[in-house]
Design a protein around this ligand. Structure first.
Ligand SMILES: Cc1cc2nc3c(=O)[nH]c(=O)nc-3n(C[C@H](O)[C@H](O)[C@H](O)COP(=O)(O)OP(=O)(O)OC[C@H]3O[C@@H](n4cnc5c(N)ncnc54)[C@H](O)[C@@H]3O)c2cc1C
Length: 590
């Protein structure tokens, strides 16, 4: 039993830092690992805001309403007690962040300001301009730096988690990680480990995520025996800016501040959008969903845009795009509340959204599925916890905008104390040096195999094929025939992976081998996603099958749990009932 346990936290985004703060407060020591400097973690990209039902605008909002909107928005696939606990905790989390010095926008009376986001009728989203994630991450980072200076936290930035070290009883006793500069592979003992490695956007090639969101750590753990839950639930955001290299998000806050989505009524219309008169514009979201208008949830808005573009054939200049228009909003309001995202559009597209409607299209954005965890954020491998976007717990079949940041902080606040409690009650380690040595050797061997591989396949081209395949078959619309074909193609890509040839074989800061390792893990996880989608014969939230257009609670009100059958080198599936003890499922109509 350790009075001051050693806990490893992998990931320095909001979830990881929230866990670190709790552990340090409770007297534990943390080794904090991150591929990028923690202040550059993907959380820094979050734009629009963080939800909490504080009802400061006197609209009659409540934490129960937040809970109901979340469960309803997620099409009843989330375990309800934990979602309720998160919504109850959210106002306190905002107060805590406010006290830490987050520069939230305020009303003229000095109160915290709140804006509307998708899937709710209430102004429930606190925000710091359009750079909320950055302000939150920097606030938590400052707290962690304080603990670092007190010797309670040791940072390993530019280190990549490769695998868990499991003892003879399959209990996690530490991790194996690689220094991304010296390429040293080293093992680190710990009483417990918390995974907070974010989303898996890179599996879809282009996404709104940062490029380190590969899901490689989640996949490594899935291949070591962790369940991966609801992998088929991927969120496509309705408003992203298509780019050659990646997609860039145009946050829901643009619609929260009054942005309107429309297409010219005539296909192939190439006139200047500023001159298209009001009567020739089709505000299809307002038309189809008069109550929620432009702020229907993301899955609904995404499918509507697809319908307008592909069924009504009304894109812009014959291209798959629609307008997101802010030009009717006072410039001063835009500058005060949305400047960060307007700059992004201006920088990457060239037009000023204050004067010209933006051209947008849906893009892969968020991972609703992830490592399976129980109500204490524990995975099924003793000693491994998970928090943040890398786990599956809080959103069900579709995430409400601005609910992720609060779920990351809340999940980290649960995982930290739970890992401490576990560690303080831990039986003496039965891990011998042998388990640590064996895992280090296994990972070094993988490195040398990839280094030596002398085939003719380029890992970056394989990745491009993976991204195209997954975007085509596992995003907005899914057909079983295509999903099965996608899985066969994934097997082919895994076979071709055995014949890759690295363009760089140097032993210092070799990003090619690092990427190749991640690619292998992405391919394995992609199979769990594609096969999970093929199995779920219904439509629920972001998972839409035209051949099964209705939600089927009788057969599918269940969590998908994929596990890796190492002997067969493929995913297998179990299904678990969802805890619907607080709100009975009802049809989802906006
Ligand atoms: C453009 C954009 C805007 C968004 N805006 C909002 C918003 O306004 N409101 C909202 O609620 N949500 C928003 N989201 C979602 C939200 O930002 C994320 O879900 C959330 O920040 C994820 O935080 P995290 O702590 O789980 O992971 P991340 O912030 O992604 O951090 C992951 C960490 O893990 C580390 N890591 C990963 N793999 C490894 C490895 N193998 N070894 C070591 N370290 C590793 C990384 O270095 C990083 O430190 C947005 C998402 C995007 C893409």
């Amino acid at each position: 039993m350790a009075a001051n346990p050693k806990i490893i936290v992998i990931g320095g985004g909001l979830a990881g830092l929230a866990a670190v703060i709790k552990i340090a407060e409770m007297g534990g020591h943390v080794d904090l690992f991150s591929i990028v400097p923690v202040k550059r973690s993907h959380s820094v990209c979050a734009q629009g805001g963080i939800n909490a039902a504080k009802n400061l605008k006197g609209e009659g909002d409540s934490t129960w309403q937040h809970f109901d909107d979340t469960v309803y928005g997620g099409d009843f696939l989330a375990n309800q007690p934990l979602v309720k606990a998160m919504c109850d905790a959210a106002p306190g989390i905002i107060d805590l962040l406010d006290r830490m010095g987050v520069t939230f926008n305020r009303t003229p009376e000095g109160l915290l300001d709140f804006r509307r986001f998708g899937g709710t009728l209430y102004n429930r989203t606190a925000f710091a301009g359009a750079t909320t994630g950055q302000q939150l991450l920097y606030a938590l980072d400052e707290q962690v730096r304080r603990y670092e200076s007190e010797g309670k936290v040791t940072k390993y930035e530019h280190w990549e988690f490769l695998s868990a070290v499991l003892d003879g009883n399959r209990v996690c006793r530490g991790i194996c990680a690689m220094d991304l500069r010296s390429m040293e592979v080293r093992v680190f003992p710990a009483d417990a480990s918390i995974i907070a490695t974010g989303g898996i956007g890179a599996i879809f090639g282009k996404s709104t995520n940062s490029v380190v969101c590969t899901g490689s750590a989640q996949s490594a753990l899935y291949q070591q025996g962790c369940y991966y839950a609801n992998g088929e639930f991927i969120q496509v955001h309705p408003t992203s800016i298509p780019g050659e290299d990646k997609l860039r998000l145009m946050s829901e806050s643009a619609r929260g501040e009054g942005g309107r989505v429309w297409v010219p009524k005539t296909a192939g219309d190439n006139r200047d959008p500023k001159r298209i008169p009001e009567g020739e514009r089709w505000y299809f979201l307002e038309d189809w969903y008069p109550k929620y208008g432009n702020l229907v949830p993301r899955d609904v808005a995404t499918r509507a845009i697809h319908k307008v573009v592909y069924e009504h054939q009304l894109g812009i200049d014959g291209k798959p795009m629609v307008y997101l228009d802010l030009t009717h909003i006072d410039r001063k309001v835009l500058d005060r509340k949305l400047e960060g995202i307007l700059e992004i559009y201006q920088k990457f597209v060239g037009d000023d959204p204050r004067d010209t409607p933006m051209k947008i299209f849906p893009g892969m954005h968020y991972t609703m599925g992830g490592l399976w965890v129980d109500f204490t954020q524990a995975t099924n491998i003793p000693g491994i916890y998970a928090a943040g976007e890398c786990e599956y717990q809080y959103h069900g079949a579709n995430r409400l905008g601005a609910n992720s940041l609060v779920s990351c902080i809340f999940g980290g606040f649960i995982a930290g104390p739970a890992a401490m409690h576990y560690s303080r009650n831990l039986q003496k380690s039965v891990a011998t040096n042998g388990h640590f040595d064996a895992e280090r050797k296994r990972q070094q061997e993988l490195n040398s195999q990839i280094m030596k591989s002398g085939g003719n396949e380029n890992p970056f081209l394989l990745w491009r094929e993976l991204g195209d395949l997954m975007t085509r078959n596992c995003t907005v619309i899914r057909y079983n025939k295509n999903l099965e074909a996608a899985d066969s193609k994934l097997c082919e890509l895994l076979e071709r992976f055995q014949h890759i040839n690295l363009s760089d074989r140097s032993q210092w800061a070799n990003t090619t081998i690092v990427f190749a390792r991640q690619l292998y893990n992405m391919l394995q996880l992609a199979r769990a996603i594609a096969q999970g989608a093929a199995r779920r014969d219904e439509s629920r939230g972001a998972h839409y099958k035209p051949d099964f257009p209705d939600r089927d609670d009788k057969n599918w009100l269940k969590t998908t749990k994929a596990y890796f059958a190492a002997d067969a080198d493929e995913p297998r599936f179990e299904f678990e009932p969802v805890d619907i003890s607080l709100i009975s499922p009802r049809p989802r109509k906006y």
